[in-house]
Design a protein around this ligand. Structure first.
Ligand code: WTA
Length: 651
């Protein structure tokens, strides 16, 4: 997609997000600060750490190696991230500042605004409930919530008492939830009775009950959000409004070493089950605080809106920790972009006078399809900065976002990063850099990107390669929970001594980076990361399936769609009913986000004589590019390919 020619007039457009007023970072500032962050990282990051309150100021700044893999930042520092996100603002007299503006799924329902002082009281209340249920420092707590303030409050409450949160996206199935509870041996779940998305109920508590048939926990804390009738298991399940009735209004923040774990977040890779990516306290806090400050160029009094879900890393870093550490006022939106109609985003922008809006290209593409009308029906004059994240943005969608949504006056920042990087890594900075539609831009402070070829040879200048990062940065993941060896293998073994991102990337003559998408067996569906292996294992767990191969293909709205090739056990008949059944089966195993777009039942898969499935060929057929299948002579049975081309579904 990024290969589309870029219109000349859009190249190198340096736009100030504040009508010419000074931004947090000019081009000259960027050059100077970036230089310093590379030549003297310890003094640069010691200074950034001063954005936070520490009980013990760190004296050791970085202590990190990629071979062997050991990553530590601020290792003698002591702090609590909840204190930094909440309490210190209250202590500084900003208790009346609005922290969260809750915008419910149904625009007719009353919303809520929560000040920093109210947020502090809410977090303390939930933290004391967790303590009452037996949660202590280092315990894992699974959070399975809709996009309501209690989701953020639950995360902050865990951080306050030193418990490690593991948020599981509310769209995951009970099976997926059970796997994530089991993997980190979590004994506590926080959920709501139900959620609402686009007017449809999401049975969160019922899903938890189903998950807990497979794995046991000590306690479930249930928030009443939708007045849904749910089953409560005596001794295990507790209504939040009941158990919180008599808790104290006092709960000190647990002193945490900078390297104490803060959270686990499961993410997909090219092999095996999702990994529990582990982030720790101090470095993550500094990273999200610093990136939020510079990238969004936030000013007190402004309204920030990140439309992600707290179940993903974008929600962790730019709904919960980054904005709150910076004392920002922000929107928490429960709904979806097309409910009740396609103007919902802009209605919310108008209603709350949003200044900074951060969303995913897939949402932009879906809204673009509906034309300019729904956008123009609302006043968007408050917007001064637009951002995207999650997948490459095609120049056409960029242009529409810029011209129509931003009325041609707000810069766009295209931020590249990953669950593992903790926060934004490559982006232009508003007011400092020209924009190139489709390019993420320049490395953030301390980020040292490198492009290498398949053999690890370093590629210089304007070129195309695999994106690695050569030196540690504070927000980097420290491990895979319970499996450090998998962390080392996944990220540091392809190219020894470097962090390999899994992304392909182009660098142009201006040193701008253009992410071209994953080069491994990970696909990006509507900005959601998915391992093709996960979908394959869901398919083969169906009793009628013999074998499955899953690949991505370009999809107009979702970025990538899911194309599944499936062979059945001997004696099973191909039928439309079975295709429908398999689709439901995948949704049950993983969740609706993994629903196959195309399910191609085939008598055989193309294999080499040694039995290896030739994915390259399957990708080409799924892309409807079967004219260029390349060399098929190594196949055990070349006629298999002809049949697949004949029966291809994506025409
Ligand atoms: C992709 C989301 C192009 C990329 C924060 C990465 C992007 C994966 C961009 C991480 C972008 C994210 N341009 N591609 N601006 N941002 N990606 O862990 O392939 O859910 O490796 O983190 O999304 O997805 P994750």
């Amino acid at each position: 997609m990024t290969d589309e020619p870029v219109k000349k007039d859009l190249v190198a457009l340096i736009a100030s997000p504040r009508n010419g007023e000074a931004t947090h970072c000019t081009a000259a500032d960027y050059d100077r600060l970036y230089q310093e962050s590379i030549s003297d990282p310890d003094s640069f990051w010691a200074r950034q750490a001063e954005r936070l309150d520490w009980q013990t100021m760190p004296t050791k700044i970085s202590n990190a190696s990629f071979d062997p893999v050991s990553i530590k930042w601020y290792e003698d520092g002591v702090m609590n991230i909840c204190h930094n996100a909440v309490d210190r603002h209250v202590a500084a007299g900003k208790g009346d500042v609005t922290a969260l503006i809750f915008e419910p799924d149904d625009p007719q329902s009353p919303g809520r605004t929560i000040s920093y002082a109210e947020l502090q009281a809410e977090v303390i209340k939930m933290a004391n409930c967790l303590k009452k249920l037996g949660v202590g420092k280092g315990d894992r707590v699974t959070i399975y919530m809709p996009m309501i303030p209690e989701g953020a409050i639950a995360m902050l409450a865990c951080a306050r008492i030193g418990a490690i949160h593991s948020v599981v996206f509310g769209g995951f199935s009970p099976d997926a939830l059970a796997g994530r509870i089991e993997d980190c041996d979590s004994k506590f779940v926080i959920c709501a009775d139900g959620g609402l998305r686009g007017g449809k109920p999401v049975p969160l508590k019922a899903n938890v009950d189903a998950a807990l048939e497979k794995v046991a926990v000590d306690a479930v804390l249930v928030i009443n959000h939708t007045d849904t009738d749910v089953e409560m298991t005596a001794g295990r399940d507790h209504w939040y409004h009941e158990i919180s009735a008599d808790v104290s209004a006092d709960c000190p923040c647990e002193p945490m070493n900078a390297e104490d774990p803060l959270f686990i977040l499961y993410t997909s890779g090219s092999t095996g089950k999702p990994k529990g990516v582990l982030h720790t306290t101090g470095g993550y806090a500094v990273w999200v605080a610093t990136t939020f400050h510079y990238v969004f160029d936030y000013q007190p009094g402004e309204v920030f809106w990140c439309s992600a879900d707290i179940g993903w890393v974008t929600g962790h870093s730019y709904i919960v920790y980054g904005p709150l550490i910076n004392g920002a006022t922000e929107i928490m939106f429960e709904g979806i972009p097309n409910y009740p109609d396609f103007s919902r985003f802009w209605e919310v922008v108008e209603k709350h006078k949003v200044n900074i809006f951060y969303t995913a290209p897939t949402a932009i593409r879906a809204l673009m399809r509906e034309g300019d009308g729904p956008v123009k029906a609302h006043d968007r004059s408050s917007i001064r900065l637009l951002g995207t994240v999650g997948e490459p943005i095609n120049p056409e969608a960029w242009r529409w976002y810029y011209d129509v949504v931003g009325d041609g006056k707000s810069p766009i920042i295209d931020t590249w990063w990953q669950t593992e990087t903790g926060g934004i890594m490559i982006t232009t900075l508003p007011g400092a850099h020209g924009m190139k539609p489709g390019s993420a831009g320049k490395p953030f402070f301390g980020v040292q990107p490198q492009l290498v070829d398949g053999d690890g040879k370093i590629l210089e200048g304007a070129t195309d390669g695999n994106l690695c990062i050569t030196a540690s940065w504070p927000g980097q993941a420290r491990s895979v929970y319970g499996d450090h060896e998998r962390f080392v293998q996944t990220y540091f073994s392809t190219y020894k001594g470097k962090y390999f991102t899994g992304d392909g990337c182009k660098r142009d003559a201006d040193d701008y980076y253009w992410i071209t998408g994953r080069v491994d067996d990970v696909i990006n569906v509507s900005g959601h990361r998915m391992g093709t292996a996960e979908v394959e294992s869901a398919l083969v767990s169906h009793p009628k399936v013999a074998e499955a191969a899953v690949v991505g293909y370009p999809h107009d709205i979702k970025g990538q769609g899911i194309y599944c090739y499936v062979t059945l056990n001997a004696g099973e008949e191909h039928s439309d009913e079975l295709v429908a059944e398999l689709r439901v089966h995948v949704r049950k195993e993983i969740g609706p986000i993994a629903t196959p777009d195309h399910l191609h039942l085939t008598p055989a898969l193309p294999k080499t004589r040694s039995g290896k499935i030739m994915r390259r060929i399957l990708r080409k057929i799924a892309e409807n590019d079967h004219g260029a299948l390349g060399d098929t002579s190594t196949l055990a049975d070349p006629s298999v390919v002809d049949a697949l081309v004949e029966g291809r579904l994506n025409r």
